[in-house]
Design a protein around this ligand. Structure first.
Ligand SMILES: [Zn+2]
Length: 89
């Protein structure tokens, strides 16, 4: 995949990775394999406690995640598919 093209398509998105031990839907705690880099539309919220929804549908609380400066590490495959298929304007 072309990194430059992905960066261009991903504009308007932030890259977020769950912190180890963050609660996942269903109650399980995030382990290392759950720490993929998700793409989230830039939120239009004013409160830091508002949740983010990744392109893959995962709801992420900002206090349980790290904001990454770029798409690094292991990317979330579902987020990548949605970002590169034009699901985001
Ligand atoms: Zn994702």
């Amino acid at each position: 995949m072309d990194d430059v093209d992905l960066t261009r398509r991903a504009s308007g998105l932030v890259v977020v990775r769950l912190r180890r031990g963050a609660a996942l839907p269903g109650g399980r705690l995030a382990g290392e394999s759950d720490r993929t880099a998700h793409l989230c539309p830039v939120p239009h919220c004013e409160r830091a406690s508002d949740s983010l929804t990744a392109l893959c549908g995962l709801v992420i609380l900002p206090v349980r995640a790290d904001l990454l400066p770029a798409l690094t590490g292991m990317p979330c495959p579902a987020c990548l598919v949605r970002a590169t298929c034009g699901a985001v304007g």
